[in-house]
Design a protein around this ligand. Structure first.
Ligand SMILES: Cc1ncc(COP(=O)(O)O)c(C=O)c1O
Length: 468
């Protein structure tokens, strides 16, 4: 039986919506269901982020695919792809449950209330005025960015990125037949900084767009108004359009403010940009396939719209609308909980994983960027990657990324700690010797994952871990 069928599908479906076991789960594990806890907050207004919510058997990328792709027979935690392990906001479940009672799923006419909800949310939460006429729906931030790249960037032209950056952008460049122009960030005292001189130097005749990631995946920077202005002014002067991906905007840690690119004081800078957003990252709705973009510049909006062949899905629309209208308390508590997770990771790694370096506490996102150079050296990751490349059959190698030292570290943690991470080399220049870890999970799961990683590293020091 395949590993991700450790939880029988029917059992899962019967158990969906109920809290489940914590800790290591693997092949043959069945859900120990606890009474279906009411979806609502407790009487004290607190939502439950502490009880681990078992996703195994739901065909999740983060857990089920991690088990399958890494050849794991059991898993302590899937800490890869950027979605959250929490049960979603009750307002979302309520709205979806209500809509499901009407058993017809024909084409959907976008209700005005959907865009009104987006506009109200941006005004209330970030003080941002979004013109409802300028909101265009996409099936995801990726399809929106691809439509923009196809609009402004001829095949073969260059797209600026601050690296290390979200690996998904490289797929968007492939889809639009454009090429990355990588502006490597500098790390100063554990915090990444943009090298503005290098950024400008990299702009040439065939550079038409810059993909900004704010807050930055994977480094956790929430860019200041000054940084954004500097980038925006360079781009305006050099005729490069800013594609601002702000999907992570709700996750900022205490003491940090998210500055929307569209809120910058220079109107011309803002008019040279398009912002891409969704409720999906904030509320755990990634597979609902609903996102949107907007700009103060209707010319840019209309040009991208022409290349954006997107339909709205009923459930995506209902879920996003409900999130914005009834999910804010849940989100505020979620953001606070994740802030606590960041503190926990910082303390834990510094105290218990001498072979791993963690930078300054991230200002945003629910991601941690780990320097695993010493682990890579210790396990001989370079040699392992070279050996793996030699032994890969042509069929296996076709279309796959060649084995990298980082993918060997990933495999090492999967095998020895039963924890699945993301390999840093996929995040472009500057990603070597790093792993990305997603910490949007219950504290218990996070603690179990970190303990398991620390134990594996201690065993490595003693020379008693399994070879790959
Ligand atoms: C910065 C960033 N942009 C876009 C996406 C994906 O967006 P979507 O699923 O809406 O296409 C992700 C997902 O991790 C992301 O981190």
């Amino acid at each position: 039986m395949p590993q991700n069928n450790g939880l029988n599908r029917r059992t899962f479906l019967r158990s969906a919506g109920m809290t489940a076991i914590a800790g290591a789960v693997g092949t043959g594990t069945t859900l120990r269901t606890v009474t279906a806890s009411a979806a609502a907050a407790a009487p004290n207004g607190k939502f439950d982020f502490d009880t681990p919510y078992n996703r195994i058997g739901s065909d999740s990328v983060k857990w089920d695919q991690a088990l399958r792709q890494n050849g794991m027979d059991s898993i302590v935690a899937g800490m890869g792809i950027a979605d959250m392990d929490f049960k979603c906001a009750p307002a979302i479940t309520e709205a979806l449950t209500k809509r499901i009672q009407h058993e017809n799923w024909g084409y959907l006419d976008m209700p005005k209330s959907f865009v009104d909800g987006i506009v109200a949310w941006n005004k209330r939460r970030y003080g941002l005025d979004v013109n409802p006429e300028a909101v265009v729906v996409t099936t995801g931030v990726h399809p929106g960015i691809i439509a923009a790249l196809r609009t402004f960037c001829p095949p073969g032209s260059k797209v600026l990125l601050n690296t290390p950056t979200y690996n998904g952008f490289y797929g968007d460049l492939t889809a639009s037949q454009t090429k990355p122009e990588e502006n490597l960030m500098k790390e100063v005292d554990g915090r990444y900084q943009i090298d503005f001189e290098d950024f400008e130097r990299r702009i040439s005749q065939d550079t038409n767009a810059f993909i900004l990631c704010n807050p930055q995946n994977p480094t956790g920077n929430a860019w200041s108004a000054e940084d954004l202005m500097r980038l925006g002014e360079i781009c305006l002067r050099r005729r490069v359009i800013v594609l601002a991906d702000e999907i992570h905007c709700d996750f900022v840690t205490k003491g940090t403010k998210y500055t929307p690119f569209a809120s910058l004081p220079n109107k011309a800078v803002v008019n040279n940009s398009i912002t891409f957003k969704a409720a999906s990252k904030s509320f755990g709705l990634a597979a609902m396939k609903c996102a949107w973009f907007f700009s103060d510049n209707m010319d840019l909006v209309n040009r991208v719209k022409a290349n954006n062949r997107a339909d709205l899905t009923t459930l995506g629309m209902i879920a996003s609308k409900a999130a914005y209208s009834g999910g804010e308390d849940w989100l505020n508590q979620c953001v606070e909980y994740i802030d606590g997770n960041h503190d926990f990771v910082q303390k834990f790694v510094k105290a218990n994983m001498p072979m791993v370096k963690v930078g300054a506490k991230p200002q945003g996102t629910y991601l941690t960027w780990l320097d695993v150079s010493q682990v890579a050296d210790r396990i001989g990751a370079k040699q392992l990657a070279a050996d793996a490349a030699k032994s890969a059959t042509p069929a296996a190698a076709r279309g796959a990324r060649p084995p990298s030292p980082e993918s060997m570290v990933l495999r090492w943690f999967a095998k020895n700690a039963k924890v699945a991470l993301n390999a840093g080399d996929t995040y472009g220049l500057g990603g070597a010797n790093h792993m990305r870890m997603n910490i949007a999970t219950s504290r218990k799961t996070l603690e179990a994952a970190l303990n398991s990683m620390a134990n594996a590293l201690n065993d490595l020091k003693k020379g008693s871990t399994a070879a790959l």
